[in-house]
Write a protein that binds this ligand. Structure first.
Ligand code: ZN
Ligand code: ZN
Length: 190
């Protein structure tokens, strides 16, 4: 098991994720238009999106993530009233991760915040390239799904159930123990 370091581009926000193995989470690339809109809103598309508009994420439990410095520079944002709660750093607009809420104790850490040299060895291979119906051009990924494949959805649901029964849903760097976001999220209107 590895402890991986997490760091924004300018280095003011730093943290770590503990207990990481290739089997402990899901490494996925998401091409959905919301992930693209998030990177565009922050003005960091070049650093965040691959050539097909995909964002690489590592889904893990929130309690495995600790923010050690710069917690006050962590900001949550929803693209719409009911959208995912997406986190970034206000110091340098580094995309940090995507959450749903405190009851769904996972976070999709965005590669821009993951400071790991050998991702294949530490995080395992990319398990799924999803939502490629929104890809900006015909992708040449080794395999891909137009939407979100059921296998990877079931895998994350199974993990969330295990995290809940093993108490890995708390504490969270993103939500207080009563389930409220750590800071009041910004909501963009459509
Ligand atoms: Zn920064
Ligand atoms: Zn997405």
């Amino acid at each position: 098991m590895a402890t991986i370091s997490l760091k924004c581009k300018c280095g003011q926000v730093r943290g770590s994720a503990t207990g990481i193995t290739p089997a402990s989470g899901n490494r996925v690339v998401c091409c959905c238009d919301s992930c693209q809109a998030f990177a565009a809103h922050l003005g960091v598309e070049a650093d965040t999106l691959d050539e097909f508009g995909g964002t690489e994420l590592f889904q893990t439990s929130q309690s495995q993530v600790q923010i050690e410095t710069g917690q006050d520079k962590l900001q949550g944002l929803r693209l719409s009233e009911k959208g995912l709660l997406r986190w970034y750093t206000t110091c340098c607009n580094t995309p940090v991760g995507n959450t749903i809420n405190a009851k769904m104790p996972f976070v999709g850490l965005i590669h821009t915040f993951i400071d790991v040299e050998d991702k294949n060895a530490t995080l395992g291979p990319v398990r799924a390239y999803v939502q490629t119906k929104h890809a900006t051009k015909e992708p040449d990924y080794p395999h891909h799904s137009a939407k979100f494949p059921i296998g990877i959805t079931l895998r994350i649901i199974r993990k969330m159930l295990v995290w809940k029964v093993t108490g890995k849903d708390k504490p969270s760097a993103f939500f207080s123990d009563d389930g409220r976001p750590a800071v009041k999220p910004i909501v963009l209107s459509d």
